[in-house]
Design a protein around this ligand. Structure first.
Ligand SMILES: Nc1ncnc2c1ncn2[C@@H]1O[C@H](COP(=O)(O)OP(=O)(O)OP(=O)(O)O)[C@@H](O)[C@H]1O
Ligand SMILES: [Mg+2]
Length: 352
Protein backbone atom coordinates (compact mmCIF):
# COMPACT_ATOMS: atom_id res chain seq x y z
CA UNK A 1 0.00 0.00 0.00
CA UNK A 2 1.35 3.41 -0.95
CA UNK A 3 -0.10 6.31 1.01
CA UNK A 4 0.08 10.05 1.26
CA UNK A 5 1.96 10.73 4.49
CA UNK A 6 -0.20 10.69 7.58
CA UNK A 7 -3.17 8.84 6.09
CA UNK A 8 -4.04 5.19 5.83
CA UNK A 9 -1.51 3.42 8.01
CA UNK A 10 -2.29 -0.23 8.67
CA UNK A 11 -3.90 0.58 12.01
CA UNK A 12 -6.64 2.65 10.33
CA UNK A 13 -9.64 0.29 10.26
CA UNK A 14 -11.05 2.13 7.22
CA UNK A 15 -8.00 1.22 5.12
CA UNK A 16 -7.12 -2.47 5.32
CA UNK A 17 -3.85 -2.01 3.44
CA UNK A 18 -2.55 -5.57 3.27
CA UNK A 19 -5.92 -6.84 2.07
CA UNK A 20 -6.10 -4.25 -0.71
CA UNK A 21 -2.56 -5.15 -1.77
CA UNK A 22 -3.60 -8.77 -2.17
CA UNK A 23 -6.24 -7.82 -4.79
CA UNK A 24 -5.32 -7.87 -8.47
CA UNK A 25 -7.50 -4.84 -9.36
CA UNK A 26 -5.92 -1.38 -9.36
CA UNK A 27 -7.26 0.36 -6.29
CA UNK A 28 -7.13 4.01 -5.28
CA UNK A 29 -8.52 5.52 -2.13
CA UNK A 30 -9.92 9.03 -2.38
CA UNK A 31 -10.53 11.51 0.36
CA UNK A 32 -13.70 13.60 0.42
CA UNK A 33 -12.07 16.23 -1.83
CA UNK A 34 -11.40 13.60 -4.51
CA UNK A 35 -7.66 13.48 -3.88
CA UNK A 36 -5.86 10.14 -4.14
CA UNK A 37 -4.60 9.39 -0.67
CA UNK A 38 -3.54 5.76 -1.07
CA UNK A 39 -3.08 3.19 -3.84
CA UNK A 40 -2.46 -0.55 -3.70
CA UNK A 41 0.45 -2.55 -5.18
CA UNK A 42 -1.48 -3.43 -8.35
CA UNK A 43 -2.08 0.27 -9.05
CA UNK A 44 1.59 1.07 -8.46
CA UNK A 45 2.64 -1.76 -10.77
CA UNK A 46 0.19 -0.64 -13.46
CA UNK A 47 1.29 3.00 -13.36
CA UNK A 48 4.93 2.00 -13.62
CA UNK A 49 4.26 -0.16 -16.69
CA UNK A 50 1.72 2.05 -18.47
CA UNK A 51 2.32 5.18 -20.49
CA UNK A 52 0.20 7.24 -18.09
CA UNK A 53 2.30 10.03 -16.74
CA UNK A 54 1.30 10.04 -13.07
CA UNK A 55 3.78 11.71 -10.83
CA UNK A 56 4.34 9.95 -7.49
CA UNK A 57 1.96 7.13 -8.62
CA UNK A 58 -0.82 9.72 -8.69
CA UNK A 59 -0.71 10.12 -4.89
CA UNK A 60 -2.07 13.52 -3.95
CA UNK A 61 -3.51 14.07 -7.44
CA UNK A 62 -7.11 15.05 -8.10
CA UNK A 63 -8.77 11.77 -9.15
CA UNK A 64 -11.77 13.59 -10.57
CA UNK A 65 -9.63 15.13 -13.28
CA UNK A 66 -8.12 11.78 -14.30
CA UNK A 67 -10.93 10.24 -16.40
CA UNK A 68 -10.94 13.33 -18.60
CA UNK A 69 -7.18 13.42 -18.82
CA UNK A 70 -7.05 9.71 -19.67
CA UNK A 71 -9.71 10.08 -22.37
CA UNK A 72 -12.19 7.77 -20.68
CA UNK A 73 -15.27 7.20 -22.84
CA UNK A 74 -17.69 8.13 -20.06
CA UNK A 75 -15.88 10.63 -17.88
CA UNK A 76 -19.05 12.64 -17.14
CA UNK A 77 -20.82 9.53 -15.81
CA UNK A 78 -17.80 8.64 -13.67
CA UNK A 79 -17.77 12.13 -12.21
CA UNK A 80 -21.48 12.05 -11.49
CA UNK A 81 -21.40 8.54 -9.98
CA UNK A 82 -18.53 9.30 -7.62
CA UNK A 83 -19.99 12.62 -6.49
CA UNK A 84 -23.29 10.86 -5.73
CA UNK A 85 -21.39 8.40 -3.53
CA UNK A 86 -19.96 11.24 -1.46
CA UNK A 87 -23.50 12.53 -1.20
CA UNK A 88 -26.26 10.31 0.07
CA UNK A 89 -26.23 7.67 -2.65
CA UNK A 90 -25.88 4.17 -1.15
CA UNK A 91 -22.72 2.35 -2.34
CA UNK A 92 -21.54 0.91 -4.62
CA UNK A 93 -21.17 2.63 -8.00
CA UNK A 94 -20.21 0.50 -11.02
CA UNK A 95 -19.39 1.40 -14.61
CA UNK A 96 -17.48 -0.04 -17.57
CA UNK A 97 -15.63 2.39 -19.82
CA UNK A 98 -12.97 2.54 -22.47
CA UNK A 99 -9.82 4.50 -21.96
CA UNK A 100 -6.23 4.60 -23.11
CA UNK A 101 -3.10 6.44 -24.02
CA UNK A 102 -0.50 6.13 -26.73
CA UNK A 103 0.00 2.40 -26.08
CA UNK A 104 -3.58 1.53 -26.98
CA UNK A 105 -7.17 1.55 -25.85
CA UNK A 106 -8.41 -0.76 -23.16
CA UNK A 107 -11.55 -1.46 -21.16
CA UNK A 108 -11.96 -0.91 -17.44
CA UNK A 109 -14.63 -2.01 -14.98
CA UNK A 110 -14.79 0.59 -12.24
CA UNK A 111 -16.39 -0.17 -8.86
CA UNK A 112 -16.46 2.38 -6.05
CA UNK A 113 -17.67 2.10 -2.47
CA UNK A 114 -17.85 4.63 0.32
CA UNK A 115 -16.14 3.82 3.61
CA UNK A 116 -16.53 5.65 6.85
CA UNK A 117 -19.46 7.81 7.80
CA UNK A 118 -19.75 11.45 8.69
CA UNK A 119 -18.64 14.49 6.79
CA UNK A 120 -15.44 13.13 5.37
CA UNK A 121 -16.11 9.68 3.96
CA UNK A 122 -13.44 8.01 1.81
CA UNK A 123 -14.07 6.21 -1.46
CA UNK A 124 -12.34 2.98 -2.45
CA UNK A 125 -12.23 2.92 -6.23
CA UNK A 126 -11.22 -0.30 -7.93
CA UNK A 127 -10.31 -0.65 -11.62
CA UNK A 128 -10.30 -4.04 -13.31
CA UNK A 129 -8.87 -4.51 -16.79
CA UNK A 130 -11.60 -6.27 -18.78
CA UNK A 131 -10.02 -5.74 -22.21
CA UNK A 132 -9.53 -9.48 -22.92
CA UNK A 133 -13.20 -10.25 -22.16
CA UNK A 134 -14.36 -7.28 -24.26
CA UNK A 135 -12.15 -8.32 -27.18
CA UNK A 136 -13.35 -11.92 -26.96
CA UNK A 137 -16.98 -10.73 -26.85
CA UNK A 138 -16.45 -8.49 -29.86
CA UNK A 139 -14.69 -11.27 -31.81
CA UNK A 140 -17.50 -13.69 -31.00
CA UNK A 141 -20.07 -11.12 -32.12
CA UNK A 142 -18.21 -10.60 -35.40
CA UNK A 143 -17.85 -14.34 -35.94
CA UNK A 144 -21.54 -14.97 -35.24
CA UNK A 145 -22.56 -12.24 -37.67
CA UNK A 146 -20.15 -13.62 -40.28
CA UNK A 147 -21.52 -17.12 -39.78
CA UNK A 148 -25.12 -15.99 -40.15
CA UNK A 149 -24.10 -14.15 -43.28
CA UNK A 150 -22.33 -17.26 -44.57
CA UNK A 151 -25.44 -19.32 -43.83
CA UNK A 152 -27.55 -16.93 -45.90
CA UNK A 153 -25.00 -17.09 -48.72
CA UNK A 154 -25.02 -20.86 -48.58
CA UNK A 155 -28.84 -20.94 -48.77
CA UNK A 156 -28.79 -18.57 -51.72
CA UNK A 157 -26.21 -20.75 -53.45
CA UNK A 158 -28.27 -23.90 -52.87
CA UNK A 159 -31.43 -22.16 -54.07
CA UNK A 160 -29.59 -21.03 -57.20
CA UNK A 161 -28.22 -24.48 -57.88
CA UNK A 162 -31.66 -26.03 -57.46
CA UNK A 163 -33.23 -23.41 -59.67
CA UNK A 164 -30.61 -23.10 -62.39
CA UNK A 165 -29.51 -26.72 -62.48
CA UNK A 166 -31.82 -29.36 -61.11
CA UNK A 167 -35.08 -27.58 -61.93
CA UNK A 168 -33.91 -26.96 -65.52
CA UNK A 169 -33.15 -30.64 -66.05
CA UNK A 170 -36.55 -31.61 -64.71
CA UNK A 171 -38.28 -28.95 -66.82
CA UNK A 172 -36.43 -30.30 -69.86
CA UNK A 173 -37.55 -33.84 -69.09
CA UNK A 174 -41.12 -32.63 -68.61
CA UNK A 175 -41.11 -30.84 -71.96
CA UNK A 176 -39.74 -33.89 -73.70
CA UNK A 177 -42.45 -36.10 -72.26
CA UNK A 178 -45.12 -33.59 -73.28
CA UNK A 179 -43.84 -33.47 -76.84
CA UNK A 180 -46.68 -34.55 -79.20
CA UNK A 181 -44.45 -35.23 -82.16
CA UNK A 182 -42.93 -38.45 -80.99
CA UNK A 183 -43.50 -40.25 -84.25
CA UNK A 184 -40.41 -42.36 -84.91
CA UNK A 185 -38.39 -40.57 -82.21
CA UNK A 186 -39.51 -42.49 -79.14
CA UNK A 187 -36.10 -44.01 -78.48
CA UNK A 188 -34.28 -40.71 -78.97
CA UNK A 189 -36.69 -38.97 -76.56
CA UNK A 190 -36.40 -41.79 -74.04
CA UNK A 191 -32.61 -41.45 -74.06
CA UNK A 192 -32.80 -37.68 -73.74
CA UNK A 193 -35.23 -37.85 -70.79
CA UNK A 194 -33.06 -40.46 -69.14
CA UNK A 195 -29.99 -38.29 -69.48
CA UNK A 196 -31.82 -35.23 -68.07
CA UNK A 197 -33.10 -37.22 -65.10
CA UNK A 198 -29.63 -38.66 -64.46
CA UNK A 199 -28.16 -35.16 -64.40
CA UNK A 200 -30.87 -33.98 -62.00
CA UNK A 201 -30.22 -36.98 -59.76
CA UNK A 202 -26.46 -36.34 -59.77
CA UNK A 203 -26.99 -32.76 -58.73
CA UNK A 204 -29.36 -33.68 -55.91
CA UNK A 205 -26.85 -36.29 -54.71
CA UNK A 206 -23.93 -33.91 -54.63
CA UNK A 207 -26.03 -31.18 -53.06
CA UNK A 208 -27.23 -33.49 -50.31
CA UNK A 209 -23.63 -34.58 -49.83
CA UNK A 210 -22.55 -31.00 -49.28
CA UNK A 211 -25.43 -30.45 -46.86
CA UNK A 212 -24.66 -33.55 -44.88
CA UNK A 213 -22.02 -36.10 -45.86
CA UNK A 214 -23.84 -39.46 -45.73
CA UNK A 215 -20.60 -41.37 -45.07
CA UNK A 216 -20.35 -39.78 -41.63
CA UNK A 217 -23.32 -41.58 -40.17
CA UNK A 218 -22.63 -44.87 -41.88
CA UNK A 219 -18.88 -45.07 -41.47
CA UNK A 220 -17.95 -42.73 -38.63
CA UNK A 221 -15.53 -39.82 -38.79
CA UNK A 222 -12.34 -41.82 -39.39
CA UNK A 223 -13.50 -43.43 -42.63
CA UNK A 224 -15.49 -40.38 -43.74
CA UNK A 225 -12.31 -38.30 -43.44
CA UNK A 226 -10.43 -40.83 -45.57
CA UNK A 227 -13.10 -40.47 -48.27
CA UNK A 228 -12.97 -36.69 -48.02
CA UNK A 229 -9.18 -36.68 -48.28
CA UNK A 230 -9.11 -39.11 -51.23
CA UNK A 231 -11.54 -36.92 -53.13
CA UNK A 232 -9.68 -33.76 -52.18
CA UNK A 233 -6.30 -35.18 -53.17
CA UNK A 234 -7.71 -36.26 -56.55
CA UNK A 235 -9.27 -32.88 -57.31
CA UNK A 236 -6.32 -30.77 -56.18
CA UNK A 237 -3.31 -33.07 -56.77
CA UNK A 238 -2.26 -32.28 -53.23
CA UNK A 239 -0.40 -35.23 -51.76
CA UNK A 240 -1.84 -36.22 -48.40
CA UNK A 241 -0.41 -38.18 -45.52
CA UNK A 242 -3.13 -39.66 -43.33
CA UNK A 243 -2.64 -40.81 -39.78
CA UNK A 244 -5.98 -42.15 -38.62
CA UNK A 245 -6.34 -45.52 -36.86
CA UNK A 246 -8.58 -47.96 -38.75
CA UNK A 247 -10.48 -48.72 -35.58
CA UNK A 248 -10.92 -45.10 -34.47
CA UNK A 249 -14.10 -45.23 -32.35
CA UNK A 250 -17.33 -43.73 -33.61
CA UNK A 251 -18.35 -40.56 -31.79
CA UNK A 252 -21.58 -38.67 -31.26
CA UNK A 253 -22.98 -36.99 -34.35
CA UNK A 254 -22.37 -33.38 -33.26
CA UNK A 255 -18.65 -34.00 -32.62
CA UNK A 256 -18.18 -35.89 -35.87
CA UNK A 257 -19.85 -33.28 -38.06
CA UNK A 258 -17.94 -30.45 -36.36
CA UNK A 259 -14.55 -32.13 -36.87
CA UNK A 260 -15.49 -33.07 -40.43
CA UNK A 261 -16.30 -29.43 -41.22
CA UNK A 262 -13.06 -28.30 -39.60
CA UNK A 263 -11.11 -30.74 -41.79
CA UNK A 264 -12.99 -29.54 -44.90
CA UNK A 265 -12.24 -25.88 -44.15
CA UNK A 266 -8.63 -26.50 -43.14
CA UNK A 267 -7.98 -28.46 -46.35
CA UNK A 268 -9.68 -25.77 -48.42
CA UNK A 269 -7.39 -23.22 -46.74
CA UNK A 270 -4.31 -25.33 -47.43
CA UNK A 271 -5.32 -25.45 -51.08
CA UNK A 272 -6.23 -21.75 -51.35
CA UNK A 273 -3.62 -20.06 -49.20
CA UNK A 274 -0.62 -22.24 -48.40
CA UNK A 275 0.94 -23.02 -51.77
CA UNK A 276 1.97 -26.35 -50.21
CA UNK A 277 1.98 -29.49 -52.34
CA UNK A 278 1.60 -31.71 -49.30
CA UNK A 279 -0.56 -31.89 -46.20
CA UNK A 280 -0.76 -34.21 -43.23
CA UNK A 281 -3.95 -35.01 -41.36
CA UNK A 282 -4.20 -36.95 -38.15
CA UNK A 283 -7.00 -37.91 -35.79
CA UNK A 284 -6.24 -39.33 -32.40
CA UNK A 285 -7.40 -39.60 -28.82
CA UNK A 286 -5.47 -37.52 -26.31
CA UNK A 287 -6.69 -38.37 -22.83
CA UNK A 288 -10.31 -37.26 -22.57
CA UNK A 289 -10.04 -35.24 -25.76
CA UNK A 290 -10.00 -35.89 -29.48
CA UNK A 291 -7.35 -34.07 -31.47
CA UNK A 292 -7.69 -33.46 -35.19
CA UNK A 293 -4.56 -31.91 -36.74
CA UNK A 294 -4.08 -30.61 -40.25
CA UNK A 295 -0.64 -29.46 -41.21
CA UNK A 296 0.77 -28.03 -44.42
CA UNK A 297 4.27 -27.05 -45.48
CA UNK A 298 3.54 -23.83 -47.33
CA UNK A 299 3.96 -20.10 -46.80
CA UNK A 300 2.70 -20.04 -43.20
CA UNK A 301 0.53 -17.42 -41.56
CA UNK A 302 0.91 -13.80 -42.51
CA UNK A 303 0.08 -11.17 -39.87
CA UNK A 304 -2.54 -11.66 -37.13
CA UNK A 305 -4.83 -9.24 -38.99
CA UNK A 306 -4.99 -11.42 -42.07
CA UNK A 307 -6.57 -14.16 -39.96
CA UNK A 308 -9.73 -12.20 -39.26
CA UNK A 309 -10.91 -11.59 -42.83
CA UNK A 310 -12.78 -14.77 -43.69
CA UNK A 311 -15.48 -16.83 -42.06
CA UNK A 312 -13.66 -20.16 -42.31
CA UNK A 313 -11.57 -19.87 -39.15
CA UNK A 314 -14.30 -18.04 -37.25
CA UNK A 315 -16.68 -20.87 -38.15
CA UNK A 316 -14.22 -23.48 -36.89
CA UNK A 317 -13.86 -21.62 -33.60
CA UNK A 318 -17.60 -21.28 -33.08
CA UNK A 319 -18.35 -24.91 -33.93
CA UNK A 320 -15.79 -26.15 -31.44
CA UNK A 321 -16.74 -23.68 -28.73
CA UNK A 322 -20.31 -25.01 -28.86
CA UNK A 323 -18.85 -28.43 -28.00
CA UNK A 324 -16.53 -27.13 -25.26
CA UNK A 325 -13.56 -27.53 -27.54
CA UNK A 326 -11.18 -25.10 -29.16
CA UNK A 327 -8.97 -24.64 -32.18
CA UNK A 328 -5.41 -23.31 -32.43
CA UNK A 329 -3.47 -22.14 -35.46
CA UNK A 330 0.28 -22.09 -35.17
CA UNK A 331 3.18 -21.57 -37.49
CA UNK A 332 4.44 -24.98 -38.53
CA UNK A 333 7.78 -23.54 -39.72
CA UNK A 334 7.22 -24.14 -42.50
CA UNK A 335 3.48 -24.00 -43.05
CA UNK A 336 0.53 -23.92 -40.72
CA UNK A 337 -0.63 -26.37 -38.07
CA UNK A 338 -4.35 -26.37 -37.27
CA UNK A 339 -5.29 -28.29 -34.13
CA UNK A 340 -8.92 -28.87 -33.20
CA UNK A 341 -9.63 -30.19 -29.71
CA UNK A 342 -12.98 -31.51 -28.47
CA UNK A 343 -13.99 -33.69 -25.55
CA UNK A 344 -14.38 -37.32 -26.66
CA UNK A 345 -17.98 -38.48 -26.51
CA UNK A 346 -18.64 -42.02 -27.75
CA UNK A 347 -21.54 -42.62 -30.13
CA UNK A 348 -24.79 -42.99 -28.21
CA UNK A 349 -23.11 -41.89 -24.99
CA UNK A 350 -25.36 -40.00 -22.59
CA UNK A 351 -25.88 -36.49 -23.91
CA UNK A 352 -24.64 -37.51 -27.37
N1 LIG B 1 -2.98 -23.02 -44.38
C1 LIG B 1 -2.83 -21.69 -44.47
N2 LIG B 1 -1.68 -21.13 -44.95
C2 LIG B 1 -1.52 -19.79 -45.03
N3 LIG B 1 -2.47 -18.89 -44.64
C3 LIG B 1 -3.64 -19.37 -44.15
C4 LIG B 1 -3.88 -20.79 -44.03
N4 LIG B 1 -5.10 -20.95 -43.49
C5 LIG B 1 -5.61 -19.71 -43.30
N5 LIG B 1 -4.74 -18.76 -43.70
C6 LIG B 1 -4.90 -17.30 -43.63
O1 LIG B 1 -5.97 -17.02 -42.76
C7 LIG B 1 -6.95 -16.22 -43.42
C8 LIG B 1 -8.32 -16.52 -42.85
O2 LIG B 1 -8.76 -17.82 -43.20
P1 LIG B 1 -10.33 -18.10 -43.31
O3 LIG B 1 -10.52 -19.53 -43.65
O4 LIG B 1 -10.98 -17.58 -42.08
O5 LIG B 1 -10.77 -17.15 -44.50
P2 LIG B 1 -10.61 -17.33 -46.06
O6 LIG B 1 -10.15 -18.73 -46.37
O7 LIG B 1 -9.78 -16.22 -46.57
O8 LIG B 1 -12.08 -17.14 -46.59
P3 LIG B 1 -13.34 -18.13 -46.34
O9 LIG B 1 -14.29 -17.30 -45.55
O10 LIG B 1 -13.83 -18.47 -47.70
O11 LIG B 1 -12.85 -19.33 -45.59
C9 LIG B 1 -6.79 -16.53 -44.88
O12 LIG B 1 -7.28 -15.49 -45.67
C10 LIG B 1 -5.28 -16.71 -44.98
O13 LIG B 1 -4.65 -15.45 -45.08
MG1 LIG C 1 -11.10 -20.40 -45.56
Amino acid sequence: MHVVQGIGDASDPALPGSMLDALSSNIAILDSDGRIVAVNEAWAHFVTLSDFDLENLGLGADYMSLPNALHASDSAAIDEGLRALWGNEPSPFRLEYETGGAVGRYWVRLSAVRVGEGEKPLLIVSHEDITPQRRAQAALGRATAALLHAEDDERRRIARELHDGTAQYLTGANLMLGNQKVEGRAEEIRMEVKSLLTSALDEIRSLSYVLHPPALEELGLGLALRQLIDGFARRTSLSMRIDIADDFPKMNAATEIALYRVAQEALANVHRHSGSSMATISLRLAGEMVLLSIRDYGVGLASEDSLTGGVGLAGMRLRLEFLNGHVTLTQGLPGVLVEAWVPFLAKNAAGA
